[in-house]
Design a protein around this ligand. Structure first.
Ligand SMILES: Cc1cc2nc3c(=O)[nH]c(=O)nc-3n(C[C@H](O)[C@H](O)[C@H](O)COP(=O)(O)O)c2cc1C
Length: 166
């Protein structure tokens, strides 16, 4: 993979995150986990290029994001959609789901991404907070998405490095 700058990024987040999905991964060799995400944002905050992802408390991956300084967001060619579906419906608590999905982890210094990815955003967590029921301005949105009140934590990450496939 080769590194590019964030200003060279040319993507539609509604397509890439909402429809094509991404993997959110934290940890490194021997201790990492990944999960599929289709909710998130890309933009600018605090004069930095930032990414936001949303992780429910019951996700095993959350333990890794909470523990580690960095996480990655990986985007894939369409051919890997089935693998992303698998990683979004199985937990790393129950076995080696990455091997089952047929992806190849690449462990770097403090983070992990996947060799099959077409785009990798390497993020350092700047801010983490739980969404809270009392702050919803639209209760219908809350009731629809959180019948069990298992509110996501949001993670705002500084996009420190961008890799694209050759
Ligand atoms: C298409 C798709 C999108 C998902 N998006 C999210 C998300 O944005 N946030 C979240 O917490 N879970 C999301 N999930 C659910 C997790 O990926 C799923 O629960 C996964 O099995 C968690 O794995 P883990 O327990 O190994 O962390 C999504 C699942 C799918 C299939």
């Amino acid at each position: 993979m080769r590194e590019i700058s964030v200003s060279e990024l040319n993507l539609n987040p509604y397509e890439k995150i909402g429809k094509a999905w991404m993997l959110c991964t934290a940890g490194t060799e021997g201790s990492y986990n990944t999960m599929t995400c289709s909710w998130g944002h890309l933009g600018c905050l605090w004069n930095l290029p930032t990414a936001v992802c949303y992780v429910r408390p019951q996700r095993y991956t959350k333990e890794f994001i909470d523990r580690e300084e960095k996480y990655t967001l990986c985007f894939f060619p369409e051919a890997y959609k089935k693998a992303l579906g698998y990683l979004g419906s199985h937990s790393g608590r129950d076995g080696d789901k990455v091997a089952e999905a047929g992806l190849t982890p690449v462990h770097a210094d403090g983070y992990t991404y996947f060799a099959e990815a077409s785009l990798v955003l390497i993020c350092r967590t700047l801010y983490q907070a739980p969404l809270k029921g009392e702050f919803f301005r639209d209760e219908a949105v809350m009731d629809k998405n959180y019948p069990n009140r298992d509110f996501h934590d949001l993670y705002i990450g500084h996009i420190e490095k961008v890799l694209v496939s050759e």
